[in-house]
Ligand binder design. Structure first.
Ligand code: ADP
Ligand code: MG
Length: 262
């Protein structure tokens, strides 16, 4: 299984959209996909018409009932979705209280990796949608994934945030004694605005090969799809945004190949 975290401490940069679109595309290609919602807001779960306020089984129970090594229980938490080949491990809004309740407890950083280990042979990909705070959920995501994808809005302020974020991520990775490959993906790119164009240039200068060569453009059809509860990859004529996500997918696959083969 390939496990990718989609992370940025800023909200509204396209994390959930990336997870939904990449997941849909992978499922369409026949891969078995597990999407994991680690954001207490539960936007990914809501996308699949689940109510993160009233779920009986969610990521929350995996933390609390200490049953992340119980394959049958995990099987109950994971549910099929309306998308072909795509399953979901949903979030609950109660995850917001997790920090206070479990921080400092032994093993809490490994709940997700242990859970995924139980279903390792059942999926080809797991995509983790992460919360915009660096807490125990984010630490779980970093410990569980092999690759990090950082969607970043192409605007000047986002660039400042990105520097801080990359710095903190490196610190967390050091403390976990891991070195994860990461790829920064410029999002909401609008080539008609100077702000977008100059920020992209600056990002390329600073992050070079850590930056995905093709930004995800602002695409009203992507936004409309989310409003209407449609899945971007199912739009009738493929939108520019979905095309850009297709490219991103091959890039991510190649990165992992490279990492695995030296
Ligand atoms: P995050 O998960 O980082 O908070 P979302 O994926 O929820 O961000 O995106 C925030 C908003 O921006 C949503 O309304 C979404 O539909 C919209 N959006 C995301 N990507 C694009 C895009 N490429 N073009 C236009 N709108 C987008
Ligand atoms: Mg989100």
């Amino acid at each position: 299984m390939r496990v990718w975290s989609i992370a940025n401490q800023k909200g509204g940069v396209g994390k959930t959209t990336s997870v939904v679109t990449l997941g849909g595309l992978l499922g369409q290609r026949g891969h078995r996909v597990l999407l994991v919602d680690l954001d207490p807001h539960g936007s990914l779960s809501s996308y699949f018409k689940l109510d993160p306020d009233s779920l009986e089984h969610s990521m929350y129970q995996l933390f609390f009932n200490n049953n992340c090594k119980n394959r049958d229980y995990i099987g109950q938490v994971i549910r099929p979705t309306s998308l072909r080949n795509v399953h979901l491990l949903p979030a609950a809004t109660s995850l917001a209280t997790l920090e206070r309740q479990v921080s400092g407890q032994e093993g809490m950083g490994l709940v997700l990796s242990r859970s995924l280990a139980q279903v390792w042979d059942e999926y080809d990909y797991a995509l983790l949608d992460t919360p915009p705070i660096l807490g125990v959920l984010m630490v779980n995501a970093l410990a569980a994934c092999q690759q990090l994808v950082v969607p970043t809005q192409t605007e000047h302020l986002a660039l400042k945030g990105l520097e801080r974020m990359v710095h903190t991520l490196k610190m967390v990775m050091r403390s976990q004694r891991r070195e994860l490959p990461y790829l920064i993906v410029p999002t909401l790119f609008d080539r008609r605005t100077l702000a977008s164009v100059t920020t992209l240039k600056e990002m390329r200068r600073i992050y070079r090969d850590k930056l995905s060569p093709e930004p995800i453009p602002v695409d009203t059809r992507l936004r409309d799809a989310s409003q209407l509860g449609l899945f971007p990859h199912q739009l009738e004529d493929e939108s520019r945004g979905v095309r850009a996500y297709r490219h991103l997918l091959s890039l991510l696959d190649n990165e992992i190949e490279k990492a695995n083969h030296g």
